[in-house]
Design a protein around this ligand. Structure first.
Ligand code: ADP
Length: 464
């Protein structure tokens, strides 16, 4: 090697080898000699660079692999284990640059410190994950233990409040009501923790049915009303004619509504207003809860549904409620969103969740009268129900059982013999026996009416 050729190699800060196309070392710099503890440059010359820089994944095929790669791209970077001349080994990052058809330049960097740090970091992370699992395990075991006594406390308090232990003085009733609220709050936290554990383990099973969302939202609002009234707040669920149904786990949706509504009450000062609504848009049922409370600062919004996240140190809470909401909603294929302030206003919070809608419960309508069919179908659909019309009802029970109907609506203008036959068939079939049956008739004899009443058949006036 002439001095002119040597200068560039010596000028490199890291170990460098120059090889021929078969990777035999032609020259190297002093850093390479030091790195390999080879003593002299001559001790390295002629060796195969690919033997020194063993790629653990490729081993024997390494030279072939490298040759092929270097015909496709100008340089290749690999992480490898290098064995020094004294037998010690280190992790290295080597890059091979194709200078021309006959020459390849290898640069080699000792990355032992980086690799070991990464390894230690990974071990520390694993220890943290294990500690987190242990903590969650412990918390959920405790929660499990709490659930049984809480349930019996709630049961006992409800019975006392109902007067099963005799009449209670005013003061005792007010204490009981306060205790009931505390027990309910504890129960919610316990259930949140248990749900979270199941979500984490991937063992949360959704028991989906056709859930009437408006009705459920109203029921939850009624349950939360006692807290709202204690703060003189107005809590309203927007009235709507049409029910919106979602194929969802009723208890989980109930939890979602409860967490959102009780947050709205909690974070809205005395005298505030909370407004909840359900609407259906583009295949999604959207539930929006607006309050005119303290709102959420913009910098906290992106983290609001993270576990244990709470804004400041306001009222009591665990920081779990909204993360449960988001997880449950996403398990259902829905969406979760929080806005603050409420759009169009200067304060408060809007929490919205969505669930995929489904057709409402199926009503089987039996009639041959087109005007009657049209009228009743419109009524049913306005309530969010779906309708299947059977104009001839030749094999009513067999044809309908597969449709999983929710009720039968029979036209009283059809021959009485047919009506009573269908009622007997439905009541005699184990799959359908318990379903509501309504006959629309304006002129039914009292004796018939009574006979139908005994068979749990409702008779309503025929609308047209
Ligand atoms: P927490 O048990 O603390 O209420 P959540 O997960 O339900 O836990 O809520 C997380 C945080 O989001 C709360 O601590 C609160 O700061 C904020 N937050 C939730 N809902 C509202 C709301 N309607 N108005 C204002 N802040 C809210």
């Amino acid at each position: 090697m002439s001095l002119v050729n040597r200068v560039p190699l010596d000028a490199f800060g890291e170990a460098v080898f120059l090889t021929d196309a078969e990777f035999h070392v032609i020259a190297c710099n002093p850093q390479a000699v030091t790195l390999l503890r080879a003593g002299t440059e001559q001790a390295i010359q002629g060796r195969l660079a690919t033997d020194m820089l063993t790629d653990h994944d490729l081993s024997g095929e390494y030279p072939t692999y490298l040759s092929e790669r270097l015909t496709a791209v100008p340089f290749v970077v690999v992480e490898c284990r290098v064995t020094r001349d004294d037998g010690t080994r280190f992790f290295a990052e080597a890059s091979a640059h194709r200078i021309n058809d006959k020459t390849v330049l290898f640069t080699v960097r000792d990355i032992t410190v980086k690799t070991e740090s990464l390894h230690r970091l990974e071990e520390a992370n694993e220890r943290l994950r294990a500690a987190d699992r242990d903590r969650m395990e412990f918390v959920s075991n405790v929660s499990h233990e709490l659930r049984t006594p809480l349930t019996s406390m709630s049961y006992a308090l409800t019975n006392m409040r109902r007067g099963l232990c005799g009449a209670l003085p005013e003061k005792a009733i007010s204490y009981i009501e306060r205790l009931q609220m505390d027990v309910k709050r504890l129960m919610t936290t316990v259930n949140d923790i248990l749900d979270l554990r199941q979500i984490e383990n991937g063992t949360l099973v959704l028991h989906k049915t056709c859930v009437p969302l408006r009705r459920l939202l109203q029921e939850v609002a009624d349950a939360v009303m006692i807290q709202a009234e204690a703060k003189h707040q107005t809590l309203v669920v927007e009235p709507a004619l049409r029910e919106v149904y979602a194929e969802a786990d009723k208890h989980k949706v109930e939890r979602v509504f409860f967490n959102i509504l009780s947050n709205a009450v909690k974070y809205t000062p005395d005298g505030g207003v909370i407004h909840a609504a359900v609407r259906s848009t583009q295949g999604q049922a959207v539930i929006e809860v607006d309050d005119n409370g303290i709102g959420i600062p913009p910098e906290a919004l992106p983290r609001i549904s993270q576990r244990y996240f709470r804004v400041g140190d306001q009222v009591s809470g665990t920081g779990l409620g909204l993360s449960i909401v988001r997880e449950i909603v996403e398990l259902h294929g829905g969406t979760f969103n929080v806005l603050s302030p409420v759009p169009g206003t200067a304060c408060g919070t809007r929490v919205s969740v969505s669930f995929p809608v489904c057709a409402g419960p199926l009503s089987i309508l039996v009639s041959g009268d087109e005007a009657f069919i049209h009228h009743l179908s419109a009524d049913e659909m306005a309530c969010g129900h779906s309708v299947s019309v059977d104009r001839r009802a030749i094999d009513l029970v067999e044809e309908c059982a597969a449709l999983h109907p929710a009720r039968f609506l029979l036209d009283g203008a059809l021959p009485e013999s047919c009506l009573s036959d269908w009622v007997c068939q439905i009541r005699g079939d184990t799959r359908l026996a318990r379903l509501p049956i309504v006959i629309f008739s304006s002129e039914m004899e009292p004796a018939r009416r009574e006979a139908y009443a005994r068979m749990q058949v409702e008779v309503r006036p025929r609308p047209i």
